[in-house]
Design a binder for this molecule. Structure first.
Ligand SMILES: [Zn+2]
Length: 87
């Protein structure tokens, strides 16, 4: 885990931390070459977010600096609890 991932999982209640990790894992960063990794694998966090941002970064597979699309995989999308958390 990256520093920010450790920080957030340490300070958030466990349910939130699990939800954050599950959601971050459901966001996929895709290179034009087809290489795909989740935001979580990249050490990032994407939680309670929408839209489809893009990231300019180097791909470890093809080695090119390229715009990566960030999309959410609906199949890997767990239902988000509606605001009621029992901590
Ligand atoms: Zn690539």
């Amino acid at each position: 885990m990256s520093f920010s991932q450790r920080l957030f999982t340490a300070i958030l209640p466990r349910r939130w931390a699990e939800s954050m990790e599950a959601e971050s894992r459901s966001w996929m960063v895709r290179c034009p070459c087809g290489c795909e990794r989740s935001v979580w694998e990249l050490g990032g966090i994407r939680w309670k977010a929408s839209g489809q941002p893009r990231r300019y970064m180097r791909c470890p597979k093809c080695g090119q600096l390229a715009w990566h699309s960030v999309t959410r995989d609906p199949a890997a999308n767990p239902p988000i609890p509606s605001g009621k958390y029992h901590v």
